[in-house]
Design a protein around this ligand. Sequence first.
Ligand code: R7I
Ligand code: MG
Ligand code: MG
Ligand code: MG
Length: 352
Amino acid sequence: DLAVLKSKFRGALVGSLLGDCLGAPFEGELVSSGDKIVIQKYFDKLESPDLKGPIRSYTDDTAMMKSVAKTFIDKPEVDYTYMAKLFVKEYFAEPKRGYGESIVEVFSKLRKRKFEDVYKPAQEQFNGSGSFGNGGGMRVAPVALYFYNNYDAMIDVAKKSTQLTHTHSLGVHGAVFQCIAVSQALACNPKKKIDPEQFCNELKQKMKEVEKENDDGLNLKVEQPYVDKINVIQHFLKAKYNDELDEEIGIVLGNNICAIESVPTALYCFLRSLEEIPTVKTDNIFRRTIQYAITLGGDTDTIACMAGGIAGAYLGEEAINRNMAKQCESYEKTIEMADSLYNAVCGASNRA
Ligand code: R7I
Ligand code: MG
Ligand code: MG
Ligand code: MG
């Protein structure tokens, strides 16, 4: 159903935006049980129609996501130099969006070297091993949308668009993980309950393929770290929710800026939120997902952004409270962007 798909495109991008904007004030904070009440009140207030928006600014997560989407809209045959130029232009226009500390060096080199070899500056990061930050994962949702009917192209573009800034396999595969998660959510019927076990098994199958490339002397502690994390997610989902579990999640799955310590956590937040969570009082699965993600602390904007992208891709934009959305900078533009992507993929000219 095309109307449902259009709504899911909007849901994925607006969901990411809300996670970023609403999670940003808590980034880097340690969240205690008292803070969960503060966060509950914060979200209750955001749903109120009396609030005037937009007041919640987005960060680098959304800034870069917009550049990825714009590349597909402007350049149907993906142009990575164009994408790199958009990243750089956006960064130097608004450098104070909370970018990762090291990525800024990539932007400077790209500009200084006039985009000669667009992959080289990223390869030079961290003495040649490349960044394993979550910057690839946080901006990948448009890739899952634009290539929703072409899996192999989606994987390829998820990798290449990440490698403009992150070349460590943990950074690249983290983005691929998030991209597949969004694409699977996109394919799920929003009126049917997702079976978390099945969702994980499907993703695990695909990540086993992706992580076959890992034997490249990177000294990873385990052979297939993302596959491993899916097993951990499945383990935690089998446990009945209790408050103390969250602390363990923060430690075992992680809540920091490394892709391996945040991308799987975002998926866990979404899957856990399919059922009620006593400390997150709402009937709305989308809100529960991002609110729960934020209560885990750490890299809250990015984990909520990625979890929100998955939830929005599953549920569609109807699930996202409009009062809450209107608080967020660039909400209307994000809808337009989702529609442009949708038209590029499913528009009249493409359907013949
Ligand atoms: O990954 P990146 O774009 O940062 C994204 C995060 C998100 O939370 C955003 O919301 C924003 O706050 O930043 O940017 P990078 O600078 O490439 O990576 C982020 C950080 O991860 C780096 O500054 C390092 O602290 C760490 N990091 C590494 N540390 C050691 N060795 C990334 N790669 C490495 C590494 O190889
Ligand atoms: Mg950010
Ligand atoms: Mg870097
Ligand atoms: Mg962040």
